[in-house]
Design a protein around this ligand. Structure first.
Ligand code: C5P
Length: 198
């Protein structure tokens, strides 16, 4: 039986770290769905139309370096509000989620749209200031903290405000606020929730 863990939340709340660690601890496959939007955004920056770009994605696109820049994040967030782009990426994500070994997917709409029947749903948040501080430490391109905070807020607004698959917790999601948690504490909390259901 497939076992799916859906992890949603805003940028830099700790979803990716939690998702990777849950995958390791429980022997599940992991898909960072933000990569699909980032890789689509990358192709759009290179001149392709959004829908063409989304349909043309290959594993090599997802493994490409340079997808973690602020420029690509912004392009990803823009293509992510295109309903046709989102639709083009649904089947790949659902197929991944159904693998026999079980899977962890993280993103913005996994528990609400992609895998509404997921066995475990987590909604991971943190204050915008703490998220911007974490992202600022990760970026080594000289971007100021203030600029990162502005980026975080703009992406939050766009992700929560779009008509199709907006960022919001599923009704049955477990909430984890990582503002005052260490990475270890956040992962342990998530693991305890998964263990109780697995
Ligand atoms: O998670 P990450 O920051 O890599 O995602 C990049 C952008 O892709 C997000 O700002 C969001 O707009 C979009 N995204 C989405 N739905 C997902 C994953 C990411 O709309 N499931």
């Amino acid at each position: 039986m497939a076992f799916t863990v859906a992890i949603d939340g805003p940028a830099a709340a700790g979803k990716g770290t939690i998702a990777r660690e849950i995958a390791v601890r429980f022997g599940l496959a992991y898909l960072d769905t933000g990569l699909l939007y980032r890789a689509t955004g990358r192709r759009v920056l290179d001149g392709e139309a959004p829908l063409v770009a989304a349909k043309a994605l290959t594993p090599a696109d997802l493994a490409a370096p340079g997808l973690r820049t602020a420029e690509v994040a912004e392009a990803a967030s823009r293509v992510a509000s295109d309903a046709q782009v989102r639709q083009a990426l649904v089947e790949f994500q659902r197929h991944f989620a159904r693998r026999d070994a079980g899977a962890v997917l993280d993103g913005r709409d996994i528990g609400t749209v992609i895998c509404p029947a997921a066995e475990v749903k987590l909604f991971v948040t943190a204050s915008p200031e703490v998220r911007a501080r974490r992202r600022h430490l990760e970026l080594s391109d000289g971007t100021s903290y203030e600029a990162v905070l502005e980026d975080v807020r703009r992406r939050d607004d766009r992700d929560m405000g779009r008509a199709d698959a907006p960022l919001r917790p599923a009704d049955d999601a477990h909430h984890i606020d990582t503002t005052d948690l260490t990475i270890e504490q956040a992962v342990d909390r998530a693991a305890a929730i998964v263990k109780a259901i697995r």
